[in-house]
Design a protein around this ligand. Structure first.
Ligand SMILES: *[C@@H]1O[C@H](CO)[C@@H](O)[C@H](O)[C@H]1NC(C)=O
Length: 218
């Protein structure tokens, strides 16, 4: 008992020493006089800001929160030097909670800002959204990727294959095949009302070409 508490005390001391070294460097770097112009600002929440982009129309930096959300840091014209600016939260998407807000692009021409959101650690979700630069109203939110289903329909010849993975798509196997009109070459699959359909590339007929989107039954 005494030995184990001694050991934990020792490891704690080692940890403190290890942490003190980079902390000392950080403190001295923070105290050094910067050689170029700096905008410092107080954040509203977490520690990490992945992206900052200048919005010239509204004289502000738009910043993305790694913990999720977007903020603005307004820069008054008269206070260009050594003023501590304040960040204000402008976007907090409740539906995206748990995801990070990452890349930003200010689209001045369309008076909007584009923001990428992603589940950085789980890698199970990502989306692109846009907000009005005057009102911060959301213009759209488009999912880019999401949880992968356990079964997938793949187009190819002869026509469709049903592919299944039991280990999160580390490996997968063809579990069933569907033969459609082979001569038309199946090139892509889509789901309509829960049923898979295969696009066929080649149109047939003259002068009008007839194309076929064929339901695949496995
Ligand atoms: C990210 O947002 C999606 C969409 O609302 C949600 O389903 C998912 O759970 C979120 N990710 C995390 C890690 O919370």
């Amino acid at each position: 008992m005494a030995l184990s508490s001694l050991f934990s005390l020792k490891s704690l001391a080692v940890l403190v020493v290890l942490m003190a070294i980079p902390l000392g460097i950080i403190v001295s770097l923070e105290r050094a006089q910067p050689s170029t112009h700096v905008y410092n600002y107080h954040g509203t929440g977490g520690w990490l800001r992945e992206c900052a982009k200048w919005d010239p129309t509204n004289r502000r930096f738009i910043v993305s929160f790694f913990e999720g959300g977007v903020g603005e840091v307004r820069v008054p014209e008269e206070a260009e030097k050594e003023v501590l600016l304040e960040e204000v939260t402008t976007v907090m998407e409740v539906n995206l909670a748990g995801n990070s807000s990452l890349g930003i692009s200010v689209d001045t021409q369309r008076n909007r800002v584009l923001v990428v959101h992603a589940d950085v650690f789980g890698n199970r979700y990502s989306a692109l959204s846009a907000y009005d630069l005057s009102t911060w109203q959301r213009l759209f939110l488009t999912q880019l990727s999401g949880p992968t289903p356990t079964k997938l329909v793949v187009a190819g010849n002869p026509s469709g294959r049903l592919v299944e993975s039991k280990d999160g798509w580390e490996t997968a196997a063809v579990v069933s095949k569907f033969s459609g009109p082979m001569h038309r070459l199946a090139t892509s699959a889509t789901l309509k009302d829960g049923k898979p359909y295969l696009n066929h590339m080649i149109g047939i007929g003259y002068p009008k070409k007839k194309f076929a989107i064929v339901e695949a039954v496995f």
